[in-house]
Design a protein around this ligand. Structure first.
Ligand SMILES: Cc1cc2nc3c(=O)[nH]c(=O)nc-3n(C[C@H](O)[C@H](O)[C@H](O)COP(=O)(O)OP(=O)(O)OC[C@H]3O[C@@H](n4cnc5c(N)ncnc54)[C@H](O)[C@@H]3O)c2cc1C
Length: 283
């Protein structure tokens, strides 16, 4: 556990190539040396990298003695498959899971759940509690601006409450750039009686065009102020990086000053710039 006055954690994804995997082992070593509260590893909904998540999580726990969280998406999986993945996790000593629905993959976009599948992540959370009791600490995804398919923010908050009522312990949010969205979200949840920690997901902007593409898919909005800073720098990686570090540092500082319980960094499998932002806010 880090000794910093605030908690911080990192997210990784399983690389597609052997070369990427070797690089990741190096990054894990460097990130682990920063003593995060935990490192989480994503799960490719329907993708070929699914099997690697547990190997990476087990490696982080065993080789670096850092708590690690395995993301698990239920889309495309049957309940029996999910049960055996959870049994595998348990046999490897993995006790933290981020329970997600995921999205149907590009090559099977119209997949719809049948009776053997889960429809929503709250069902996955309930299933984990039913079959594994309190063994797992369960996190779920939260969306400060509402999930892209949710009709509105209030309903979205109610769906989040359903995940907590089903047995989830904490929330990690989608990335966002307007801190007020995060604080409003926490207030909405509190009004519904949700008092579990809501860890803000932080992306340090390093590539404006990639950001626009990603936010177009996940539905996170990019404030005009962010466009104004980063669009003119789109062809200048060095200046984008500098501005990204400055923006993320200010964002993180304000979140902590106003009571966020910690920071969860989307590292994109890199040490930098997350380590630089952390150093700046630790001062
Ligand atoms: C922190 C974080 C980590 C992520 N990690 C991964 C990952 O590792 N792999 C991956 O593939 N994707 C990942 N995602 C993306 C995520 O899988 C997608 O955003 C997905 O569309 C929603 O997942 P969910 O678990 O929130 O689904 P759900 O909670 O099931 O929500 C899905 C949709 O259904 C609606 N809904 C939810 N509950 C109900 C209900 N009870 N009744 C009616 N409607 C409901 C929601 O509003 C939403 O529109 C992550 C997202 C976040 C924020």
């Amino acid at each position: 556990m880090n000794k910093s006055p605030f908690s911080y954690s990192f997210e990784l994804f399983p690389p597609k190539t052997e070369e990427g995997h070797l690089k990741l082992l190096n990054v894990i070593e460097q990130l682990s040396a920063l003593k995060p509260s935990f490192i989480s590893c994503t799960y490719g909904a329907g993708g070929s990298s699914r099997g690697k998540t547990l190997d990476i999580v087990e490696y982080i726990q065993n080789q670096h003695d850092v708590p690690a969280i395995a993301h698990l998406t239920c889309v495309l999986h049957t309940k029996d498959e999910i049960k055996s993945i959870l049994q595998d996790m348990k046999s490897r000593g993995i006790s933290h899971v981020l329970a997600l629905r995921g999205d149907p993959p590009k090559d099977n976009p119209h997949w719809t759940p049948g009776p053997e599948n889960f429809q929503y992540s709250c069902e996955l959370v309930a299933f984990i509690r039913k079959h594994f009791g309190s063994y797992f600490k369960i996190g779920v995804a939260g969306f400060p601006e509402g999930h892209i398919l949710a009709p509105n923010r209030d309903l979205d908050a109610q769906y989040l409450k359903a995940k907590i009522d089903a047995g989830a312990d904490f929330i990690i949010t989608q990335l966002f750039f307007n801190n007020q969205d995060y604080f409003d979200y926490v207030s909405r949840l509190k009004k519904l009686g949700v008092n579990k920690p809501v860890l803000p997901g932080i992306l340090t902007i390093t590539d404006y065009n990639a950001l626009v593409r990603f936010c177009g898919v996940c539905g996170a909005s990019i404030p005009e102020a962010v466009h104004a800073i980063f669009k003119p720098l789109a062809d200048n990686p060095e200046e984008t990086l500098k501005a990204g570090i400055q923006f993320a540092t200010q964002q993180c500082q304000e979140l902590l000053d106003k009571g966020a319980p910690g920071l969860h960094f989307y590292t994109l499998n890199k040490l930098s710039p997350t380590n630089i932002v952390l150093k700046k806010i630790s001062k």
